[in-house]
Design a protein around this ligand. Sequence first.
Ligand SMILES: *Cc1c(COP(=O)(O)O)cnc(C)c1O
Length: 417
Amino acid sequence: MSLIQISNDVAHIEAVPLADIAARFGTPCYVYSRRALTAAFEAYRAALAGRSARICYAVKANSNLAILNVFAKLGAGFDIVSGGELARVIAADGDPGKIVFSGVGKSREEMRQALTAGIYCFNIESASELEHLNTLAGEMGKRAPIALRVNPDVDPKTHPYISTGLKSAKFGVPFETAVELYRRAHDLPHLEIRGIACHIGSQLLDPQPAADAAAKVIGLVDRLGVEGIQFAHIDLGGGMGIRYRDEAALPTADYLAPMLDQLKGRTEMLLVEPGRSLVGNAGLLLTRVEILKHGEEKNFAVVDAAMNDLARPALYDAFHEIRKVGAGKTAGAEALRYEIVGPICESGDFLGHDRELALAEGDLLAILSAGAYGMAMSSNYNTRPRVAEVMVDDTTPHLIRRRETVAELFAGEALLP
Ligand SMILES: *Cc1c(COP(=O)(O)O)cnc(C)c1O
């Protein structure tokens, strides 16, 4: 179902007109639908029904407390990559006992924080990290639960920046050394082996690479089982792709089916770590046209959102559908091909190329599929306060993050005496 519903010619999210949100909270502004977040989560739950499984939302995709809390209430676990994300999950009432901690460079302090919180599992990405965690757990009088993140070396066929499971990637430990490392982990006194993990990339549309990775991981689990190393869970990561434009993104159950086939008859708990597929299509960025500029070669619509608010177009040349919200003042305006750009002093500051729209200054635009890696990757470049975030719950728009003020941006800075 599309996030924006038109009723009586007015664009709504759930029962709230987008124009009302812009009027009340200003633009730019991220808007999410609680119903869409819930539906995406429930699609995973339904696809995994009948087997032992846990859905660990990848917090980095969108870490707003209200979003984490929606998933926590639905029973989600969480995949975190920093001490900051750990603090967010706890603040959002998430269960630390359902947290997995990924990342290649966990600091000692972050490990300590996670051990104190009692997280479910550390996903270990190197031999050194294994030793550091064992030492620290010993000092704290604890046993640290671990999985090794292995690198199955399958090609996920996605953008190189978001492909993480190839041999050349910085993530995970190579398959060949995993056996040795598990033996080492088995011998270390302050570690407890819980499982095995992999995550091969993001925005994956073809389900086969994930199924191939599952098969490889299972092979390793069986090989280690012969040596008496047991696994409570198998964590197959996240990465399911979504539709931004015309991608043939599969329904969740269809995407997961080949992977689940590989796991038939197995008793280990399955963990998945979806990020984008839970939040991406549940959010949009609402922005207003400030200036129309008609050049000789191109027409520009300068909007109040920019690359600091939504970095994906500038960073990955990513496509986001851009729709006009309502008729605005443009009844009768001529449809032209526009470059949709922000006010930032960079040529890379664009949100969309060559979009055919009938626009007038003051019109509202919705930049779709912006719920994942949108606000989470935003910055204060050009001293632009980060935008407001609103979550619609049926008839009510809730402000879930107020717009930053300029004063807040330099509150931590100091002049020389
Ligand atoms: C980013 C990440 C995810 C989530 O990826 P999506 O493509 O957003 O589903 C899951 N697990 C790990 C380890 C990650 O780094």
